[in-house]
Design a protein around this ligand. Structure first.
Ligand code: SPD
Length: 374
């Protein structure tokens, strides 16, 4: 197995492409934050990317989006294409880690990407993000103050708030007699083979940390060892680790209880009214996802126009109604059917934002590998 200093050296000497470097570095056990730092250091001598602060020209004819799956309304892309005369392509991902690995490996064709807050330090340290031209974001004033100036992007210099949600348990009311109120339900053998958890290390390990009263960002080895043991115990009862695609299994009744994100659970409920969603009493995660433009984006003006379009009240409302996620667009909120209120101060005491784990990512990655192998 190649070692990290050799890989970094080969990258710096130009003997290794970014893509090969990232693949081999992940295989050698390097974490995304470590990989991002090496890539940024090795990129310092390259000429600066164009367009960081330069005036953007007229809108381009194409736009390439790389977003979480099931996060737009049906009308979002066709309406934008029609009005702006832009042809849009959409690629999707199921986890922040999947998206980050692809970007760090040098995927350069994307114009708008949608990371969660905890990924920003990794993207910043790899110097992947374009500073935004706020003068092109004329609908900025529609955003609610509580989503502005976040700690992960002070002043929102590089991101536009898109959506927020929570992680909880979706369950079939008709098949699960007592509504689950604790992460401990995942230990219940009555539901063996009928439960799933997200294919997402932060959500899986984080929920077992919460179960034992710890922060879901804990890096305490003893707390993590306990979470690992709990996760392996629960795994015996799980049908699979699966993220958004579990919706179809809940609807079909093949899965009765699924760890899931709030909006995806709401989407499933529109197809099967017996699906309910709950936040376990021990607490859970709240997340905020925001649009960014990679420095390498080929269509930077179209990217800005798209983000500004998303900030329109009626566009934001259609997205919130279709996806079930909360909108940070306060002008959109009154137009939505669900009117998902912003979390109250009391709810926020039970919810926690995921934060970057920095050098401790290696420990979490190792535990996740052991859980999956266990
Ligand atoms: N289908 C959209 C899912 C969006 C999830 N975003 C963030 C998850 C953080 N763990």
């Amino acid at each position: 197995m190649p070692n990290a200093p050799c890989l970094a050296d080969a990258l710096a000497r130009g003997h290794l492409s970014r893509r090969t470097f990232v693949r081999q570095a992940l295989g050698a056990g390097l974490t995304l934050p470590a990989i991002a730092t090496i890539l940024a250091a090795c990129g310092r001598d390259r000429p600066a990317d164009t367009g960081a602060t330069a005036e953007l020209g007229p809108i381009e004819k194409e736009l390439r989006l790389y977003l979480w799956s099931d996060y737009l309304a049906d009308s979002t892309i066709p309406d934008f294409e029609r009005e702006f005369g832009v042809s849009v392509t959409l690629d999707t991902y199921e986890s922040n880690e999947e998206m980050a690995a692809k970007l760090l490996a040098g995927a350069t064709g994307y114009d708008v990407v949608l990371p969660s807050s905890y990924l920003f330090p990794v993207l910043f340290s790899a110097d992947l993000l374009l500073p935004l031209q706020r003068n092109l974001l004329t609908n900025w004033g529609n955003l609610a103050p509580m989503f502005l100036d976040p700690s992960w992007d002070p002043g929102n210099t590089h991101s536009v708030p898109f959506g927020w949600g929570t992680t909880g348990l979706a369950y079939r009311r008709d098949l699960v007699p007592t509504p689950p109120d604790s992460w401990a339900v995942l230990f219940d053998e009555k539901f063996r083979g009928k439960m799933t958890m997200l294919d997402d290390l932060r959500d899986v390990i984080g929920s077992f940390l919460k179960l034992r009263g710890h922060s879901l960002n804990s890096v305490d080895p003893a707390a993590l060892a306990e979470a690992k043991a709990d996760a392996i115990r629960a795994k015996a009862n799980l049908k699979a680790y699966v993220s958004a695609p579990v919706k179809a299994q809940l609807v079909a009744g093949d899965v009765w209880i699924a760890q899931l994100w709030s909006g995806d659970a709401a989407q499933a409920t529109t197809e099967q009214a017996e699906i309910a969603f709950t936040i376990p009493k021990e607490g859970s995660m709240i997340f905020a996802d925001a649009m960014v433009v990679p420095r390498s984006a080929p269509h930077k003006r179209a990217a800005h126009e798209f983000m500004n379009y998303i900030l329109r009240p009626e566009v934001g409302a259609a997205i919130a109604d279709t996806t079930g996620y909360g909108t940070p667009n306060q002008a959109a909120l009154p137009l939505t059917r669900a009117k998902t209120p912003y979390p109250t101060a009391e709810e926020l005491t039970r919810l926690e934002y995921q934060t970057d784990l920095a050098e401790n990512s290696a420990l979490w990655d190792r535990i996740w590998t052991e859980i999956k192998a266990g």
